[in-house]
Design a protein around this ligand. Sequence first.
Ligand SMILES: [Zn+2]
Length: 189
Amino acid sequence: MRKKVLFLLMIFSVALSAQIKKTTPLTIDDMTDRITYGYREANNRKIDIIVIHSTYYVNADSFSVQGVLKQFKQYGVGAHYIIDRDGNIRMMVKEKDVAFHAGKSELPGTNRRMLNTNSIGIEIINTPTTPPTDQQMESLIYLVQDIKKRYPIQYVVRHSDIAPGRKTDPWCFNWAVFNQMLEYSQSEF
Ligand SMILES: [Zn+2]
């Protein structure tokens, strides 16, 4: 049974990585000039962690990027990247700067805390009951691989991994498939 599931995962990943190849390179919309909250400036920070999140607008229009930004502003939080339902990637905070996305956090198996300092945060727009779209997953893979080219990333983690009991995101997110996709896409980038 387990073998069968793994085999199916593999097929799925190969199919998806082929699709990724077709659609890349994606463009990234830089909106850092317009954002005044949710980060602090930094120079020469060490980056070795990527944290994946889910977020949505707590209103009728759950998937609205402007709604999400409005909420971030209200709470004084932010992330480096936001991926909307169509898979468009927006850069909200420059990678060199510290975004306030992880909060109270600890990297499992280490005694490292305050993980904002050394991480890049990526927000996928989806709700606890609505999975990420295929386009979002493709863009996420592309983005993670792109970041990995530029920094010695040691950890790609979920928000729930570093803030267990407090955070449950990313939601409706198949971590095993994602990691398979990452592995299979490595050679494409
Ligand atoms: Zn989160």
